[in-house]
Design a protein around this ligand. Structure first.
Ligand code: NAD
Ligand code: LMR
Length: 342
């Protein structure tokens, strides 16, 4: 069974008290961009994990206050703050999981690709430091446009001679979280039971929910498929418009990212039943990167679940073909960015 570890673990924990959580394992997690809209609630959720012994927070501004505040929570992990280029190496030393939400968010009217000019350089520089200081870590990229920032990270890691495609992840968990929520609402299902794989990429039509593969098995009318697919694809924009210039999804994103961190830590800890969707290097299609359901293990991606792309409906098959040119262009843009740089 596919377990939503973060949800079930949080449930189990809430039956105890958060005041007294014994350390169960000792993994080190770094968050780069930790003082931001995503970074702060994500740091709080990771601070609640009994699997974490050290939580290293890095940002170019305001990180000391965030870390001091968080450090007063009596959960096991030791919180440390780092700022400026000269402290980045220490932040990353011996880290098992690095999460990167550093970068600018969208405002109404912008696409995720409009963030490329600023965020591409931020991700490139941060990944250079990751390559130098914790090349074995799982790397979770949240910074948009994910369809391009993950290929950027891969090229930087290759240039540094430390690229392990099994350990580089574009975080698309929020698409799954949204799909599960919207489907459960529409079909009156228990939220905890619903799992919808979302494949492709993380922008517009490249976000491809596989509603036909929903668990438990559900039937949808054509209208429901159309409505749900468009809602899932536009959910990021729904939040950007509601925030009206004050940024994009931060709280739901932090929830989703914390779930992906927890799943990664469970996999590192030897749990053999960890599945998540993520945008990874892939050969399930002709594109070099593609989001799929993956099995996570101690060494990262243990398997890509290719069977999810078998037996698609006609609607899904068309959507898959339609997304490929856009996703291909975003991947190439990322790769070219690294090779054009001095
Ligand atoms: P934010 O502006 O609130 O926070 C970003 C933080 O990054 C800031 O604290 C900033 O100081 C920091 N930062 C900037 N440059 C940095 C650098 N070089 N090193 C370290 N930190 C740096 O933005 P946010 O709302 O937290 O969003 C962050 C990114 O996440 C955006 O690019 C957004 O589009 C993306 N995002 C992705 C998803 C997803 O599903 N993958 C979802 C939501 C948002
Ligand atoms: C999201 O899906 O919420 C993020 O990618 C942020 C955005 O710009 O929509």
């Amino acid at each position: 069974a596919i377990r939503h570890s973060f949800v079930s673990r949080a449930r189990k924990q809430s039956q105890r008290s958060y005041n007294y959580v014994q350390p169960q394992a000792s993994y080190k997690v770094a968050i780069l961009g930790a003082a931001g809209g995503i970074g702060q609630p994500l740091a709080l959720l990771v601070k609640m994990s009994p699997l974490v012994s050290a939580l290293n927070l890095y940002d170019v501004a305001n990180v000391k206050g965030v870390a001091t505040d968080l450090s007063h929570c009596n959960t096991p992990s030791q919180v440390s703050d780092f700022t400026g280029d000269e402290e980045l190496a220490n932040c990353l030393k011996d880290v098992n999981v690095v999460v990167i939400p550093a970068g600018v968010p969208r405002k109404p009217g912008m696409t995720r690709d409009d963030l490329f000019n600023i965020n591409a350089s931020i991700v490139k520089n941060l990944i250079g430091a990751v390559a130098d200081n914790c090349p074995d870590a799982f790397i979770h990229i949240i910074s948009n446009p994910v369809n391009s920032t993950v290929p950027i990270a891969a090229e930087v890691l290759k240039q540094k001679g430390v690229y392990d495609p099994k350990k580089l992840f574009g975080v698309t968990t929020l698409d799954v979280v949204r799909a599960n929520t919207f489907v459960a609402q529409k079909k009156n299902l228990r939220l905890i039971d619903v799992d919808v794989p979302v494949v492709g990429g993380h922008a517009g039509i490249t976000i491809m929910p596989l509603l036909s593969k929903t668990k438990p098995s559900v039937t949808f009318t054509d209208e429901e498929v159309q409505e749900l697919t468009v809602r899932i694809q536009n959910a990021g924009t729904e939040v950007v418009e509601a925030k009206a210039g004050a940024g994009s999804a931060t709280l739901s994103m932090a929830y989703a990212a914390a779930r992906f961190v927890e799943s990664s830590l469970r996999a590192l800890d030897g749990d053999s039943d960890v599945y998540e969707c993520s945008y990874v290097q892939s050969d399930v299609t002709e594109l070099p990167f593609f989001a799929s359901r993956i099995k996570l293990g101690r060494n990262g991606v243990e398997a890509v679940i290719k069977s999810d792309l078998e037996g698609l409906t006609e609607y899904e098959q068309k959507a898959l073909e339609a997304l490929k040119p856009e996703l291909k262009a975003s991947i190439e843009k990322g790769i070219n960015f690294v090779h054009k740089q001095p």
